[in-house]
Ligand binder design. Structure first.
Ligand code: FAD
Length: 364
């Protein structure tokens, strides 16, 4: 059987998941080329900074919703069957405040906060919380079983699965997408998969001007809450948020956050960090049971990640560039993990479709 060469650009959660999906086909030889790899912490690399959990936000009928729906069973399977992948089940409690409608955070969490959420039949144990279980300033509440992903374990785990299936990994920085073929072991690729996240806005041949950063700031602490929780907004700023996510395998608890559209700032803002920590404690007193104050938190690190936002949602489609096929899989904003498998499988389908056209990417 003829072997087809595929180069995946990017080793974030989308690049790795897509490479793993493709590596299961015996007639496909996959090379991943990437500026950053699991283990790196860099402002240009969103994946390590994520919470990360499954809190669906896709609008009904959107591709994002389709990808989120498709991803849940795989995350749940990994959770049940693959303890070394760093994914564990955790209860979620989601609270809505009517006054957050229309704010940056309110819009982001609009679907998540609905009491008749579309995912009520996807995530298990969905229930509407009675008023007695709501925080004082909240108007709605739901709970369901979700997963939390320890990204420091999960990304290397996917990398390892790829390696086991024969995927080759190379470090490289591409100026132009047409340079990708040269990174394959055979020096040419039949299809290139573009998983460059935020940097799709700067990659020659792509230069997607609808991609921009959505800055998120977090604090990783050793304290435990026992469940994950969030609200639709805060009283501090329209683009700030409060969320608490407990990672498995002693990965600590991620406290967030914010969604600052258009900000490339890589350094943590100390004042925002204080607000993040106090809001988290106020929502989740179990984090600091003795004093209810920030001083009781044991901080592992402060962090900033830039979500790869894209007007119109993730781009998962194929395109001819310089006469050869490129499959795009980028622009997953704050939902690259919860939509990752659905999106990777769609990219896989598009690659197989493109390979049928057998059009070589002939850059040597
Ligand atoms: P990235 O992880 O940024 O990877 C891009 C890759 O492309 C990198 O390896 C980079 O080196 C490579 N690359 C780019 N350009 C080039 C080039 N020119 N040459 C070579 N290599 C290149 N999502 C969830 O689902 N659930 C959550 O709870 C969640 N929480 C989050 C919290 C925070 C604070 C943040 C910042 C994000 C969160 N996200 C969450 C979103 C999630 O992290 C992103 O959607 C996801 O990581 C995007 O993955 P990616 O692979 O597209 O991009």
């Amino acid at each position: 059987m003829a072997v087809n060469n595929v180069v995946v650009i990017g080793a974030g959660v989308l690049g790795l998941s897509t490479a793993l999906a493709l590596s299961k086909h015996k007639h496909v030889s996959v090379t991943v080329v990437s500026k950053h790899m699991p283990g790196d912490y860099d402002i240009e690399y969103a994946s390590p900074w994520a919470g990360a959990n499954y809190w669906p936000v896709g609008k009904p009928g959107s591709n994002l919703q389709k990808f989120e729906k498709a991803t849940w069973p795989e995350l749940a399977r990994i959770c049940r069957e693959v303890p070394e992948a760093g994914v564990h089940f955790q209860e979620s409690r989601i609270f809505g405040r009517t006054k957050d409608a229309g704010t940056a955070t309110g819009q982001w969490f609009e679907e998540l906060c609905k009491e008749d959420a579309w995912f009520k039949d996807v995530a298990p144990n969905f229930r509407i919380l009675p008023r007695s279980e709501l925080p004082e300033d909240c108007d709605t509440g739901t709970s369901f079983t979700s997963v939390c992903i320890n990204t420091a374990v999960y990304l290397p785990w996917i990398l390892g699965q790829c390696a086991k299936n024969g995927v080759t990994f190379k470090r490289g920085v591409l100026e132009h997408i047409s340079d990708a073929g040269g990174y394959h072991t055979s020096s040419r690729a039949d299809v290139v998969v573009n998983c460059t996240g935020l940097l799709a806005s700067k990659l020659g041949g792509v230069m997607d001007s609808s991609v921009y950063p959505g800055r998120g700031q977090i604090v990783l602490v050793r304290n435990e809450a026992g469940f994950m929780t969030t609200t639709s907004g805060t009283d501090d700023a329209a683009d700030e948020a409060v969320y608490v996510m407990g990672r498995g395998l002693a990965g600590g608890t991620v406290l967030g956050g914010c969604l600052q559209h258009g900000s490339w700032e890589s350094q943590p803002d100390p004042n925002l960090a204080q607000r993040i920590m106090q809001r988290s404690i106020d929502l989740c007193p179990a984090l600091a049971p003795k004093t209810g104050k920030v001083g009781e938190l044991s901080i592992v690190r402060h962090g900033v990640g830039l979500r790869p936002m894209r007007t119109g949602g993730p781009r998962v489609e194929k395109e001819r560039i310089d006469g050869s096929w490129v499959v795009h899989n980028y622009g997953h904003a704050g939902y690259g993990y919860q939509s990752g498998w659905g999106s990777a499988w769609e990219a896989e389908r598009l690659v197989l479709e493109a390979l049928e056209h057998n059009s070589p990417w002939a850059k040597l």
